[in-house]
Write a protein that binds this ligand. Structure first.
Ligand SMILES: [Zn+2]
Length: 398
């Protein structure tokens, strides 16, 4: 849609994905998350980039109006694998519309939460918490990852590991192609119906095999198993998948932040600061407005699931969005004050600084596309103030 070829004609979608993922590596995403390129071709050209919270009809129209050919969204448009790409579902409709308009979509979600600038920054800034003295509320963790174990004739191990790695398995921190193998003896007896790669039908055969193990995120399991069947020489492939419970990665990164105010302040002061910095349509506060708070836990976005982490961090006050009734009540009984500042309001307030950081990164590596922040509303909610109360219904004169 650009009128004249310009220096920006050099940029490709793939260049921008590498730029975003250099600052916000996919390995920092939660195992259930779906970050990365969701719609588009890495070879397509990029002239203008739109940073937004959600891919909606509004933000896609904005991308079209502002001539953006790449949308960098925080929330993934496509979360679960689609069986078909049609207009029957909302994500399908939007993905099709983007593809037809020549707009690529990339998502950086929990990997962005864990990074700098991250989605909790607006709260950190509102309260003036010392950025150097912050800890993550919940560390990036391998819990929720899987281990895939398979048994491969020794001469094929390298090829199978390569195929699994191509499918996204075998990534640990900043390392890929991570696998472990130990040699042993596999045995099997092919039935007359079998068509064995090696060994004799009807006889018990023994073969030197490697037990090969790789780690992977659940999102990559289906792809990795398909790659395993493709690369493995056997007619029947033996493999196991184990859930992992490995607590922390060494990166020190994670979701949310915990920090301390220089001195205790009343909860009212904290609420006022948050309200002054985050354009939330409303702020909900659970707690005694005069109770002193000093240790703060915060998470931009949806923090209901990390109330336990805020309690474990011995926070006096937890600031987040999407807080539900019962978890909030339970937390109150344990003395935790809570502020719901709005999921979209806090994360939306983080977008301009994310865009500015990416623009600076782009200049450093010589990418030319212009980067814009969406002007769309980030909160679906609006505060409702009732009009003047209805007069009471008149009494029936009888
Ligand atoms: Zn969010």
């Amino acid at each position: 849609m650009s009128a004249m070829p310009s220096a920006a004609d050099r940029d490709r979608v793939g260049d921008w994905i590498r730029l975003v993922e250099a600052r916000y590596p996919r390995r920092d995403a939660q195992p259930w998350d779906a970050p990365g390129l969701q719609v588009g071709d890495p070879e397509d050209r990029v002239h203008r980039v739109l940073v937004c919270l959600d891919v909606t009809a509004t933000t896609l129209a904005e991308a079209t109006d502002r001539d953006a050919d790449l949308v960098l969204a925080h929330h993934p448009l496509l979360f679960r694998p689609l069986g078909r790409l049609t207009t029957e579902t909302a994500p399908g409709r939007l993905a099709l519309a983007a593809a037809r308009a020549g707009i690529a979509i990339h998502a950086a979600h929990t990997n962005l939460d864990a990074g700098t600038p991250g989605t909790t920054d607006p709260i950190v800034d509102a309260l003036g918490l010392d950025p150097d003295a912050l800890a993550p509320l919940e560390r990036v963790s391998a819990a929720g990852k899987h281990k895939l174990v398979t048994f491969v004739p020794a001469e094929d191990t390298e090829r199978v590991l390569g195929a699994l790695s191509e499918a996204g398995a075998g990534v640990i921190g900043a390392y890929d192609h991570c696998g472990f193998r130990v040699r042993g003896t596999g045995s099997f007896r092919p039935s007359p119906e079998a068509n064995p790669h090696l060994g004799d039908v009807g006889a018990i055969n023994e073969v030197t095999e490697d037990r090969l193990e790789v780690e992977l995120a659940p999102r990559d399991l289906e792809r990795a198993v398909a790659a395993l069947w493709q690369a493995h020489p056997y007619e029947e492939v033996a493999y196991d998948v184990y859930p992992l419970e490995v607590p922390d990665s060494a990166s020190g990164k994670g979701l949310g932040r915990v920090g301390e105010l220089p001195e205790p302040r009343p909860l009212r002061w904290v609420a006022d600061r948050v309200a002054g910095h985050v354009p939330a349509p409303h702020l909900r506060v659970a707690g005694d407005l005069d109770q002193p708070v000093q240790r703060i836990a915060a998470l931009g976005g949806s923090g209901d699931g990390l109330i336990g982490a805020a309690l474990a961090a011995e926070a006096d006050c937890y600031i987040t969005g999407d807080l539900r009734h019962h978890p909030t009540l339970d937390a109150r009984t344990q003395g935790l004050a809570l502020i719901d500042a709005g999921h979209g309001a806090v994360e939306g307030a983080a977008l301009p600084r994310v865009a500015a950081a990416l623009a600076a990164d782009a200049r450093t590596v010589g990418l030319d596309a212009e980067i814009l922040t969406s002007a769309a509303a980030h909160e679906p909610w609006a505060e409702y103030r009732p009009a003047a109360p209805e007069p009471p219904a008149s009494e029936d004169p009888r």
